[in-house]
Design a protein. Structure first.
Lengths: 359, 359
DNA sequence: CCACGTACGGACAACGTTCTCTACACTGGT
DNA sequence: ACCAGTGTAGAGAACGTTGTCCGTACGTGG
């Protein structure tokens, strides 16, 4: 006979009390305790009171793991994000958390620092936890391997009744069971670029990430299309495409550009954080914003309002993104088809791009 | 006989494959599959390969819940925070997450918006999940009820081998099994206030939260002690104590003060976010920083460097706070005594408080 | 050729719940 | 007085793992 693993000896009193302890103390059966806790079956008032007292006394809490195994659902969702410290992602995380909590779900988090290997590992962990849905928040490097991997994951999750949810990434193609909630990178960048051109800017320095990154791809494409539509040829030498989205990278890249001949009148920064660095670089070069150089950003994080001059940027409804994602994923109808939702974005005008350019 | 709940009928193919499916496909017993997965027992190469192929084919992942029930540990930690959107908390969260991941633990999150009821509910949820430790991040409203509640929770968690960890809150008193990792609010505020007084400021407007909130209590007490030590009586009418820590509240409170007679030369904002609002208020009143009004903040979040002029503030090692908390809690020795750790803080000087005051 | 160690694999209890089935004591209608 | 119905409680299988115990096949040394 297999021996009881948790001998009373090896860990005296150092264990959580179980439903059995409660039943014994209250002098009832396991079933009765279970019913008092679940409240899904009539229990006589006197019995109920006795059980409740025992629960109180023993400080009993049900064991989720046993509950799930015994036929319940885990009521857990997982989300995976590059870095929780980014203001935009934090807002999306907040939306997911709030909406999940409203539905009685608890959240698992993992961060990846953009590493696909860690992303994969995190997803695996959440599959093990039987999360009801897995949210991937933020852009990704798009290529064939990525798509194959995601399609695979989407199908695995779907097969077990869970759901892959892409927040802020494009869909994977037809027939893949995935929920996608995007915001309009292309459209927002189009509007923002039009705004700049409308203010007379023709030579705009674009400071962004790598074009294989989906977010960059979308914003850059909106930029190009607007420039094209408005008759301003894009000078490829004014595309400053790097690999990261930090303030420091914005500062350095704009500083370097400013050291040579200044051949642009505006900066389109791909994120507000980069814009913050860009603005500091302009000031440190002894120039002013928007008089010498106009600057616009993207995301409309709180920082945008704190910069001086206030940053003209594109508002992205990150919190709503998170909420919408949870709603779609958790309340989705029985059908297993793909879902796609695109959230709008709009330009928020502040002072950082206010004056007419000298054409 | 109890019927199998998940009839093949009601959910065709919509279920995760189990170890049993793998065993059948590979033609081995459950034990063998378990051993291949765990890798803690010799399995012949040929058998191992067959099992691995079956796992691959069925896309099998172990069920955490069953694993935990079958004697394993959940390898889960939970953390609870007022709001993930705060930059400072986000950093602490990041520290916890990174350090927990390094130890193979996955994180559960919950947010409370500062509501003690929701905090309690979240803790309960994490007890149900059998989290190895529960981290409470950020200050709290301190009173007798709070202390009793926390002591109770600490003991409950301790009784089941888990641990309550307070990050950025004071200890609960002797004999309570709790891990505390604090940063020095009192000391940081003392140093910052000394800095201001050293620059000639005598009349300093303190803009902060409610003194029953532990963070406010600490910072305000450091402020008072420094003023006292340096021979500057604290004018109670210059204590602007409100209930929240938003940018808007900083803006409004300082704006209102500026509308009357300006009877202060510096603003001590209890957080950088409040300082951001305060700075905007000063500018909007047509005054300049630091020439007319010096401003200092607290926390040294990224915003502090983006403000213009750069914000003089107190650096708090939030990420390290999170890391230290995980280390203490997860690697703690067998003894169940309380642990206490205080992280230092230091003043970071930027331009927002640079000129000599007109005495 | 036999005893014996070694490498491997299977059977089965246990983990803490939930759910279904069954049992029992009343009640009230006939 | 009997039976159906109702309100309440218990017994026990099942959930998907892990760990322990126990076989069996295959060498290998005496």
């Amino acid at each position: 006979m297999a021996k009881r693993r948790n001998d009373a000896l090896d860990d005296p009193e150092h264990r959580q009390s179980t439903i059995k302890d409660v039943a014994e103390l209250a002098g009832v059966s396991l079933s009765t305790v279970s019913r008092v806790v679940a409240g899904n079956y009539p229990v006589a008032q006197a019995t109920r009171t006795r059980v409740e007292r025992a629960i109180e006394e023993l400080n009993y809490v049900a064991n989720t793991h046993a509950r799930v195994l015994g036929g319940g659902s885990a009521r857990t969702v997982g989300f995976i994000v590059n870095d929780v410290r980014g203001a935009a992602f934090a807002e999306a995380v907040h939306g997911v958390e709030q909406e999940a909590a409203r539905r009685g779900h608890i959240c698992l988090v993992a961060t990846t620092d953009g590493d696909p290997v860690r992303e994969l590992a995190a997803i695996q962990l959440m599959r093990e936890q039987r999360a009801a849905a897995v949210f991937l928040i933020g852009g990704a490097t798009d290529n064939a391997a990525y798509r194959a991997r995601m399609a695979d994951i989407a199908r695995s999750l779907d097969a077990s009744g869970s759901r892959l949810v892409l927040c802020g990434r494009p869909p994977l193609g037809d027939g893949i069971p995935v929920t996608v909630v995007e915001y309009d990178n292309e459209g927002g960048a189009y509007a923002l670029t039009s705004f700049l051109v409308g203010r007379g800017h023709r030579r705009i320095l674009y400071v962004g990430g790598d074009p294989t990154f989906t977010t960059t791809a979308g914003r850059l494409s909106g930029f190009r299309r607007a420039m094209g539509d408005l008759g301003c040829p894009v000078d490829e030498s004014l595309l400053e495409l790097g690999t990261d989205f930090t303030r420091a990278s914005g500062y350095e890249r704009v500083s370097a550009r400013l050291r040579g001949e200044r051949d642009f009148t505006a900066v389109f920064a791909e994120t507000d954080v980069i814009a913050g660095g860009a603005m500091a670089a302009v000031f440190d070069a002894g120039l002013s914003v928007p008089e010498d150089v106009s600057i616009v950003g993207y995301d409309d994080i709180p920082l945008a309002a704190d910069l001086r001059p206030g940053l003209t940027t594109v508002h992205v409804p990150y919190e709503e993104l998170g909420r919408a994602a949870v709603r779609s994923a958790l309340d989705r109808p029985a059908g297993r088809a793909e879902q796609h939702q695109m959230l709008g974005a709009h330009v928020v005008i502040r002072r950082s791009a206010e004056r007419q350019s000298p054409a």
